[in-house]
Write a protein that binds this ligand. Structure first.
Ligand code: FMN
Length: 216
């Protein structure tokens, strides 16, 4: 990366000792070189009202500005009643409006989440992925960072201490940067030089593998 790569980071909890806010703080320490996290706090965003979407509150104007300025997005979501917390969905809805002025459109995004349950926000994360379809947001698929039993993975100061979770977050952020670069590359160019392609899996005869296109 030659220039600073900015990731707008949003945690979907307002709770003071929120695990998800803790994950967002950890993410800021686990970024690839050259990337910075711009954390956006959802506190103070009123409930969405379509009557007001042509004159949104200042905080929403700011959210839209920072979403547009960012190279990529990071959503760290709790799971509420098997879905996305209202405070996060509310902010997403505000910044998607008015119709035709969707600030999320075309952005690459990573999703993480922490929960005190065992499933680690999986259901909320898949709902968020569904929302991304209409918003035209491009999610990173892997690794899925679903932090279950969160109470065991933070210390008393709210620091995420679990080493495997920290490794997954680091990898997901790296993959977010790589996806962003892939999306920016002009169409038709191979994603990597043919010489760097990995060998085919051992159960496939090499003669059955299509030759890679020559670099343009
Ligand atoms: C309204 C509500 C609904 C919840 N529903 C779920 C749920 O469906 N699945 C789950 O794993 N945890 C659920 N929880 C527990 C959350 O995982 C827990 O409160 C978590 O700490 C919230 O994230 P935070 O620490 O970032 O605020 C729920 C909590 C609340 C307040």
């Amino acid at each position: 990366m030659s220039q600073t790569f900015t990731i707008l980071g949003i945690a979907g909890s307002l709770r003071r000792e929120s695990y998800n806010r803790g994950v967002l703080r950890a993410a800021a320490q686990l970024l690839p070189p050259g990337a910075v996290l711009d954390p956006f706090d959802l506190d103070g965003i009123p409930a969405f009202n379509e009557d007001d979407e042509q004159r949104p509150p200042d905080k929403v104007v700011e959210l839209k500005r920072r979403a547009r300025a960012a190279d990529a997005l990071l959503f760290v979501t709790p799971e509420y009643n098997y879905s996305i917390p209202g405070v996060l969905k509310n902010a997403i809805d505000w910044a998607s409006r008015p119709y035709g002025d969707n600030a999320w459109s075309g952005k690459p995004a990573a999703i993480m989440g922490a929960s005190i349950g065992q499933v680690g926000t999986a259901r909320a994360q898949y709902h968020l992925r569904q929302v991304f379809v209409f918003l035209d947001v491009h999610p990173v698929n892997q690794p899925e960072v679903m932090i279950g039993n969160a109470a065991d993975k933070f210390d008393r100061d709210g620091k995420l201490t679990d080493a495997r979770t920290r490794d997954s977050i680091r990898q997901l952020l790296q993959n977010l940067v790589e996806l962003t670069e892939r999306l920016r590359r002009p169409r038709g160019l191979p994603s990597q030089p043919s010489a760097a392609l990995p060998p085919p899996p051992s159960h496939i005869e090499p003669s059955r593998v299509n030759p890679a296109p020559a670099p343009a």
